[in-house]
Design a protein around this ligand. Sequence first.
Ligand SMILES: Cc1cc2nc3c(=O)[nH]c(=O)nc-3n(C[C@H](O)[C@H](O)[C@H](O)COP(=O)(O)OP(=O)(O)OC[C@H]3O[C@@H](n4cnc5c(N)ncnc54)[C@H](O)[C@@H]3O)c2cc1C
Length: 479
Amino acid sequence: MTARVVIVGNGMAGARLAAELHAREGDRKVTVLGAEPHRAYNRIMLSTLLTGRIAEPDVELTEAAGHGIDRRPGVPVTAVDRSAREVRTGDGERISYDHLVLATGARAVVPPLPGLDPTDLPQRVVPFRTLDDCRRILAVADGARSAIVLGGGLLGLEAARGLATRGLATTVVHHTGHLMERQLDPAAGAVLAGTLAGLGVTIQLAVPATGVVADDTGVRLDLADGRSLHADLLVLSCGVRPDTALAQAAGLTVRRGVVVDDRLRTSDRSVSAIGDCAEHDGALTGLVAPAWAQARVLADVLTGTDPLARYRPRPVVTRLKAAGIDLAAMGDAAGGGPGEELTFADPARGTYARLRIRDERLIGAILLGDNPAVGTVIQLFDRGHPVPADRRALLLGRALGGAGAAPSASPALMPDAAVVCQCNTVTKGALVRCWRSGARTVDAVVAGTRAGTGCGGCRDAVGGIVDWLSEAESVEVTR
Ligand SMILES: Cc1cc2nc3c(=O)[nH]c(=O)nc-3n(C[C@H](O)[C@H](O)[C@H](O)COP(=O)(O)OP(=O)(O)OC[C@H]3O[C@@H](n4cnc5c(N)ncnc54)[C@H](O)[C@@H]3O)c2cc1C
């Protein structure tokens, strides 16, 4: 068993690992060193914070603290000495470890444009990654009338929607021909652009930016087609890059991320890496569900709870968290190749659906607009189950009968193994067990299972299951 664990990074992965270690038996000292000056917070809720629908206290992570856990925000680690098994902090302290975990996450990319110095950005030009970034965006947005978001990927669109909600005339500038090109096909991108336009967001496509000029009064973004856009605020949403500097300087194997095996071990057996900084099987993750799954596996391995635990990636489902836009994309939805392809588009209503089916299994899907079958489609994709013969029901979102029913329609018909909370991989069966062990409110079930504590998108489904269980209970009682 490992006695002294040092975790570098108090973000979504590092904070969760500390909590997972705390929850397992054994006597160990865990030290979490975080460069950011804040307590751990839910980074994925920053998009919602930007809209003003929640406040800063709502994004704090209430992870376990107490005996054996020393959380130290505002303490960057500057070097790792692997031969001495110690890390050095910004103020010169040396801390010894038996096992070191790198959970250093990723940094926002600042595009190499004239006028942008990544180490000294103008006040009105802000990336979107940290709570401090969010505070700066809100400070500039307060009293501003217009904003430009550079980058039409998922985060850029969430930022744009948030700024538009605050009343800013918002323009998204995207270098390729359609929005969210990594998840969507051009037709879905066009429907999404139409929906955003209806919500007050202007979209400029296929126009690379060529330069930025910013001063105390405003920002000018120059475009490759010769035009210039002016605004009070420029938000940069141009992707992220794994933060591997520490690992690289320590001589660990780094490709795009810190290379890890199924046990999350790096090229040094005493050092692991999890979350956005890690590269597993050639892939970076960039999402919270895999980061939290890795934290679980590593805690099992390090504490000896399950020495045979191994990290196995799960299929990824992407959902846009923006009021007024329902979008779920999964698998290889935009690609071509063998198999069935079914699409339905109703741009006037902001609706688009595309299913890709091979060997009776969903290999990709895009559902944009209100589609009651979204829960069913996610479950079918996630579990690799055969799709129903009536494909139209999935595509058009009509109610399905039998085992294919949408979870929101009837929790009773959901299989126990259906994953309700994608971020924490919580199944319906786990929710039912938690309820049966005495949790009688949504908050109690959430506290007992962690369902709903990631992006929060499954809260309604969890509420529906608790309601259903309560009703089932009262039926039993009256019998
Ligand atoms: C606005 C926004 C919305 C998002 N929405 C979603 C979503 O809906 N769904 C989803 O799955 N994912 C989403 N993500 C991505 C998700 O937040 C990340 O995948 C997740 O935070 C990864 O966790 P992590 O701990 O690896 O990295 P981070 O959360 O970035 O944490 C890394 C931490 O390590 C610290 N650190 C780095 N170097 C050092 C050092 N040398 N010493 C000490 N500390 C250090 C950093 O300061 C940081 O606090 C979103 C991200 C953003 C920015």
